[in-house]
Design a protein around this ligand. Structure first.
Ligand code: PRX
Length: 650
């Protein structure tokens, strides 16, 4: 789109930020022409090593031999990098600002206090029998103890697996089983938007599943003081364990390629995959991207609204900021509670200078108009970011004008759980902005577009987004299933990393992410496989078949449209409608609740029995005049029936 609006970098911003455009171009060139030298330098600059690395990059995307290693003979400890090395220079400065769900509750932790809390909890974990390499599952609300628990794991070399607090007991159980976690850390309840979330009760329910037989102990943080059940010998109070733990815990030297964390994410097939990230490359990449993408400078107050349960919460709420010695704000609540101005109020209250949030939050606030900024100034803001899904230009403009008063550059950051850190993004002092474009690659990242056969496309065009070579933050494997890792990311287009996203490149070389090209939905920035929702649906005793597609949704980006076929003799009534929605919430979590349930007599299938989703997508979005060829269907009349049913839904 040559007519898209361009926002040049303002002179005062180019002068006061780390990098201008020429510096970006020179550094980018250096990063791709000689990655070894480039990353060796960055690796030394951003991370303190207990044993320096001598090897930098050892990576292969070759089919059957995919192997990714960075800084492989170096040793380091993440918690020492995030805390200890800042003690001498900024021990009394604030590491974590906590803002409660209730606007009257907040607290601050200095680096010294964080150090003490992490050491104590690390010792408590050791006393519980947690050893280097053990997997610890975290199912936590957004409180400082979530970050403390993560850092304590890294201090002793345990691998954390965080499960978002909005997932159901079933989903939690599946992740505990797959990662074979022996320890679970949770809270009595969480608090979000004035409502209690029964975290401990969910853990109890997950552990009641007879297939979960690996968990030895559950550590419970008291957050609300709400009533909970207790299993003696299995459940332990956080406070009681830390009260008797020492403040002294030496950080464990970890090899650069030792596992750091597992984080489950949805793909187009099967159950969620345990994305495995390792220690050295991940930290170098998270720290470096944090500094340059958000132009972090001493004195900044940085607020990322993501939950620790998602990759953004790992890389840009905890590890990236703390590795840079930044002050990071952790918010328990939601951006529009108690009212639409909460996000802006928090910016003023804590003098936030860098704000990183998601298009879905921006659109929800935009729908409230000026109420989103009522009574606030937001003059502390200087940089704003967006992540998680494509941001529509209208929402971008509103964010720019109304929240940022046309002063603050917006960094629209494209990346994935798998990439560990940001891959395509503007840099505040270097990149001219176009609303809706994630713009250009970060250092060391080589994106390209290919057609469906894998042929590389040149110039201004659209295609499948792939990445040609490895970067340090890349995932290393699917936990326990390296073959699935190769299959998912390296088999469609051999020799390159397949992102699963489609993109357009314009005449300036800017990338515009158009969304997933596979069967993955992005609902309010939450990633979900259609297959996952379908299997939850067909697990219902009255449902024989289901097919899920995404439809455009004004606030959520995408909504969930579920075609459901009932068993013969079942009645499709309002009660069942409610029951099925509640069922999906129970199986996966509230984020997977279908927006639309379409009781379908039958689904369109090929003669070999494959459901034709292309047709279902068109029907769901009322594009029935472009259905394409339906002659290959086993029963083409199904389509007319679906269209008729659809019109009766409206
Ligand atoms: O489709 C892309 C979309 O989110 C997917 C990754 O989701 P997840 O692993 O949950 O990580 C989200 C946070 C990094 C991508 O494949 N996505 C993420 N950021 C953007 C985006 N789409 C467009 N623009 C973005 N800035």
């Amino acid at each position: 789109m040559s007519d898209s609006k361009i926002y040049p970098v303002k002179a005062n911003i180019a002068q006061t930020t780390h990098l201008d455009n020429e510096q970006y171009l020179a550094m980018y060139q250096a990063s791709v022409s000689d990655p070894e030298t480039f990353w060796a330098e960055q690796g030394r600059k951003f991370v303190d090593w207990m044993k320096p690395f001598t090897k930098v990059k050892n990576t292969s995307f070759d089919p059957g031999h995919v192997s990714i290693k960075w800084f492989e003979d170096g040793q380091l400890n993440i918690s020492a990098n995030c805390i200890d090395r800042h003690l001498a220079t900024r021990g009394d400065e604030v590491a974590i600002i906590w803002e409660g769900d209730d606007p009257n509750q907040d607290s601050k932790l200095t680096f010294k206090q964080l150090h003490q809390a992490v050491c104590r909890f690390a010792n408590a974990l050791k006393a519980q029998g947690v050893k280097k390499g053990d997997v610890v599952c975290l199912y936590m609300p957004m409180v400082p103890e979530a970050a403390i628990a993560m850092l304590a794991c890294t201090r002793i070399g345990a691998v954390h697996s965080i499960v978002f607090g909005g997932f159901s007991p079933e989903a939690l159980a599946g992740r505990i089983i797959d990662s074979n976690s022996q320890f679970v850390i949770t809270s009595d309840e969480g608090l979000r938007g004035g409502r209690a979330v029964p975290l401990k009760a969910n853990v109890d329910e997950a552990l009641a599943n007879p297939e979960v037989d690996c968990v030895k102990s559950v550590i419970v943080l008291k957050r609300t003081g709400g009533d909970i059940d207790w299993v003696d010998g299995r459940d332990f109070w956080w406070d009681e364990l830390t009260a008797v733990a020492s403040d002294d815990c030496a950080p464990e030297p970890m090899n650069a390629e030792d596992p750091l964390f597992i984080l489950y994410t949805s793909g187009s097939t099967g159950k969620p995959k345990g994305v495995l990230h390792t220690t050295g490359g991940y930290l170098v990449y998270a720290a470096m991207t944090f500094k340059y993408v958000f132009d972090y400078q001493d004195g900044d107050v940085y607020w990322c609204t993501a939950d620790v349960g998602w990759i953004t919460g790992h890389s840009y709420l905890v590890y990236g900021p703390l590795a840079n010695g930044a002050t990071t704000l952790l918010f328990e609540g939601v951006p529009n509670y108690p009212d639409a101005s909460r996000m802006s109020q928090v910016c003023d209250k804590h003098q936030v200078s860098i704000l990183y949030t998601a298009p879905t939050a921006i659109r929800a606030l935009m729908a409230q108009g000026d109420a989103a900024v009522a009574g606030t100034k937001r003059t502390s803001l200087r940089i704003m970011g967006s992540v998680g899904e494509p941001i529509n230009p209208e929402a971008w403009e509103w964010y720019y004008r109304t929240i940022g008063d046309e002063r603050c550059p917006i960094v629209d950051t494209w990346w994935q759980t798998e990439t560990g850190g940001i891959l395509i993004t503007p840099l505040p002092g270097a990149t001219e902005l176009k609303p809706g474009s994630a713009t250009r690659p970060f250092f060391g990242v080589q994106p390209a577009l290919v057609d469906n056969l894998g042929n590389e496309l040149e110039g201004a065009t659209s295609g499948n987004l792939i990445i040609r070579d490895s970067w340090p933050g890349q995932m290393r494997s699917v936990y326990g299933d390296h073959e699935r890792f190769e299959q998912t990311y390296f088999s469609t287009f051999p020799g390159v990393y397949t992102t699963g996203d489609g993109a357009r490149r314009d005449e300036d070389g800017y990338f515009w992410i158009t969304g997933r090209v596979d069967d993955v939905l992005n609902v309010s920035g939450h990633r979900m496989g259609t297959a996952e929702i379908e299997s939850a649906l067909v697990a219902h005793p009255k449902i024989s078949e289901a097919a899920v597609v995404g439809v455009p949704h004004e606030i959520k980006g995408q909504g969930i449209y579920a075609y459901v076929t009932l068993n013969a003799g079942e009645e499709a009534d309002a009660a069942l409608h409610k029951e099925v929605k509640a069922w999906v919430r129970k199986e996966i979590g509230p984020i997977a609740t279908p927006d639309i349930l379409h009781w379908a007599d039958a689904l369109p299938k090929t003669r070999s029995g494959k459901i034709m989703r292309r047709i279902l997508r068109k029907i769901a979005t009322n594009e029935t005049d472009s259905l394409g060829d339906t002659s290959t269907l086993a029963d083409p009349s199904v389509v007319d029936r679906l269209i008729a049913e659809k019109s009766s839904l409206e």
